[in-house]
Design a protein around this ligand. Structure first.
Ligand SMILES: [Zn+2]
Length: 316
């Protein structure tokens, strides 16, 4: 039914646990939903918010038809506040947290719960995190703060210590299989292939399916295969790589080599190669702008060496 936010099938344990807390009126005033990206943690947060506001309190999930649910679905519920960066990748600043404190100090307009969702909470800068502490230290009644967090290490320790953790691990195949199959339509790929490329993260798998990323990834992998057996020159491969998003392609390369290391006896230089990819990734994240053609030529040449000389010989 439209208008209902529900948890995903792989979030049932966490959902049941929180429902138990709600039934026993033991819900903490702040939760941090943590785990890797692309697992649907924000969606879980919305589902929980709607469940709390819904007038049919006996139901396990929100009913989708009461007045509160209708307001929620129209994204106009006066007792829900969503805090996110102005643009994806930007920081959440102190102004947003000031808005949050005003919101939590007011009485609920609909007479029930008030819910704040901060997504992602690890985007808060230091000033914002410090401002949030005040609200966390003086919790208002029937007010829930939901912090969605992709990287727990980036959240300040004092903020973390005042929230109850709800952990979302990467689901196992059985928890994802039927959901992902139902989304696939007449796709030419399989659930297993998609999940492998998405490192087990179902929403990323869906994104691969709905964009041209899956095709790009397959082309990238066959390029690496040709490179590895000497059918393609490193220079040509490097030219192709330059047109890809740098961080994404580095991730792909990393994923591919990590997988090879599990199944194949590789040259020890492979581990140095992985380290190097991590370093490049850190530099790119830090805003570095390396010479692309040089970077990719080196990476492709050394990739070729890793395989042509494997498992002995000079590489990396
Ligand atoms: Zn309802």
């Amino acid at each position: 039914m439209p208008g209902i936010s529900e948890p995903y099938p792989w979030q049932q344990d966490q959902w049941k646990r929180l429902n138990r807390l709600i039934r026993h009126q033991r819900l903490p005033h702040a939760l941090v939903l943590c785990g890797p990206r692309h697992l649907g943690k924000a969606q879980f947060g919305y589902a929980l918010a709607q469940r709390l506001l819904c007038e049919n309190q006996q139901a396990e999930v929100a009913c989708g038809i009461c007045k509160q649910c209708t307001l929620f679905a129209s994204q106009n519920h006066p007792d829900v506040l969503l805090i996110q960066p102005e643009e994806e990748g930007n920081a959440i600043r102190i102004d947003s947290i000031r808005q949050l404190s005003e919101f939590t100090e007011k009485t609920a307009q609909q007479g029930g719960w008030k819910v704040v969702i901060i997504s992602p909470a690890d985007a808060m800068n230091i000033n914002a995190a410090n401002a949030l502490l005040k609200t966390l230290e003086e919790p208002a009644s029937k007010t829930l703060l939901i912090l969605v967090c992709h990287q727990l290490s980036r959240l300040s320790a004092t903020v973390k210590s005042r929230c109850q953790k709800v952990v979302f691990p990467v689901p196992v195949l059985a928890e994802v299989d039927s959901w992902l199959s139902s989304q696939m339509g007449d796709s030419r790929s399989t659930v297993a292939e998609l999940l492998q490329y998405a490192e087990g993260r179902p929403l990323l798998a869906l994104e691969l399916l709905q964009t041209d990323l899956l095709e790009k990834r397959r082309a990238f992998d066959s390029m690496l295969d040709e490179l590895a057996i000497g059918q393609l020159s490193a220079i040509v491969a490097a030219q192709k790589c330059q047109y890809l998003d740098g961080l994404m392609a580095i991730d792909w390369l990393y994923g591919r080599l990590a997988l090879q290391l599990k199944t194949k006896n590789m040259h020890p230089g492979a581990y140095r190669y992985l380290d190097r990819l991590l370093q490049i990734k850190r530099r790119l994240h830090g805003g570095a702008n390396p010479n692309k053609s040089l970077l990719w030529e080196e990476l492709m040449l050394d990739w070729q060496h890793l395989f042509l000389l494997a498992p002995f010989g000079r590489a990396g």
